[in-house]
Design a protein around this ligand. Structure first.
Ligand code: TRP
Ligand code: SF4
Length: 417
């Protein structure tokens, strides 16, 4: 039996390069392909058997490069993305996709936790957000770009994780009470809203992600994800063929590894009113704002309050426009701003014009890229990415179902033989 299994495994290895995660070392950009042909020919139990062999046999294959770590992150589709989203997340994701096996998605079910009473904007916003992802430079050839609601395994894992997640953990999440108090127009005393972090944990654990690049506001959620995983792993061990086969290599292996936060360093980015740029303040500059709109928004932007008249000197360190310069302008422009502002040699209008120039240097290529994608193409990318995500998610779910003994005897037999 073991011989047959090994033979099958070797065949799979020949055809696909390798199995499981190792394969991704060879073909980084298409992490799921190997699974698709196998899955259509073989049943789940057999795949689990292959996975099992993979995890128990050591050094059966010639040196395989260590697979790149897996990264996952997502955003709720609440509307077009702004410069703060770009600088605080997307620009970093774009860099990550060259080093890691990346999964980036649109959390449309998460949007539903607050917008369930009127879901009409979620689907159109999902398209807009994916357009912003693509405009920023996320590449469907390098990363798996997908829509949460098209991968039903997110719901299955969330349900299973919900079984063991204590209510107290959810009630204590800082954003829970806060959001309930802030979004006064909405009734958020719902099961779905309380379960937001469980769904988020399932998003992450479903891909057995190593790293989750998020801003500080999401850190508590990732911490909770780690605790949810730890608790799961305490209750449920990975499936094994038999005790005798339990090799040291399997000791300590868990079904749901704890992900790490990859804290995104985000520069201080003020909105037009001088407060942090945020959709809820209505002070944003959108990634897709055309140049005249960017210039107009900057014109209305608040400045150093000390500069009342043109002749009053100011200080870029006390001015939100100065903060924008620090993020977007060259050292030469910065020098002109410091000198001109402090000596009242320039007016704020001129200074804001330079800021707009610097912003457009970043935004123009983004907008040019955006213009290359039609809506049908975006939908195609989402469908294809979701298909790849499902294939990867299914691998985890096979382990999760087996560990939780949610497996029929016929499937189990194949696992335990
Ligand atoms: N909660 C995140 C936000 O509001 C969105 C999100 C959902 C997410 N699932 C995730 C982020 C998983 C990272 C990983 O921005
Ligand atoms: Fe701000 Fe520029 Fe005006 Fe100085 S000159 S106060 S930096 S806008």
């Amino acid at each position: 039996m073991a011989g047959a299994g090994l033979e099958a495994r070797a065949t799979a290895g020949r055809e696909t390069g390798s199995t499981g995660r190792e394969r991704t070392g060879a073909t980084q950009s298409l992490p799921l392909q190997w699974n698709e042909p196998i899955q259509s020919h073989l049943n789940r139990g057999f795949i689990l058997f292959l996975l099992f062999l993979e995890s128990t046999s050591t050094m059966a294959e010639p040196a395989i490069p260590t697979p790149p770590a897996r990264v996952l992150s997502g955003m709720r589709p609440t509307g077009k993305l702004h410069l703060g989203n770009y600088m605080g997340a997307l620009a970093n994701w774009v860099r990550l996709q060259d080093q890691y096996e990346c999964y980036f998605f649109i959390a449309d079910w998460h949007a539903l936790t607050t917008d369930y009473a009127d879901p009409s904007q979620i689907a159109p916003n999902s398209i807009e957000v994916m357009l912003d992802y693509l405009a920023a430079g996320l590449d469907s050839e390098k990363s798996v770009l997908f829509l949460q609601s098209k991968v039903l395994e997110h719901a299955e894992l969330a349900l299973l994780l919900g079984m063991s997640t204590p209510l107290g953990w959810l009630e204590r999440v800082p954003s829970y009470k806060e959001m309930q108090e802030n979004l006064t127009g909405k009734d958020l005393t719902t099961y779905g809203f309380l379960g937001y972090p469980v769904l988020m944990a399932s998003d992450i654990l479903l891909y057995q992600a190593d790293f989750v690049p998020v801003g500080q506001d999401q850190q508590a959620h990732v911490e909770l994800t780690r605790e949810v995983a730890r608790r799961f792993n305490q209750f449920y061990r990975p499936p094994v063929r038999s005790e005798a086969d339990m090799l040291p290599a399997l000791e300590g292996k868990v079904v749901l590894p704890e992900p790490k936060v990859l804290l995104t360093p985000s520069p201080k980015l003020p909105g037009t009113d001088g407060r942090k740029m945020s959709k809820s303040y209505g002070n944003t500059i959108l990634m897709s704002d055309p140049e005249p709109v960017v210039r107009q928004k900057l014109k209305t932007m608040v400045t150093d309050p000390a500069r009342i008249r043109r002749t009053d000197p100011g200080d870029p360190d006390k001015c939100p426009v100065g903060d924008l310069h620090k993020v977007f302008s060259t050292p030469e422009t910065m020098a002109k701003v410091y000198e001109g502002c402090r000596s009242a040699g320039i007016g704020c209008i001129e200074c804001k014009g330079w800021a707009a120039d610097s912003l457009m240097k970043v935004l123009q290529p983004i907008q040019d890229r955006r213009a290359q994608f039609t809506e049908p193409r975006v939908i195609e990318i989402l469908e294809d990415g979701s298909r790849r995500a499902r294939a990867r998610a299914e691998q985890t779910m096979i382990e999760v179902r087996a560990a939780m003994q949610m497996t029929l005897a016929t499937e189990k037999e194949r696992v335990s033989k």
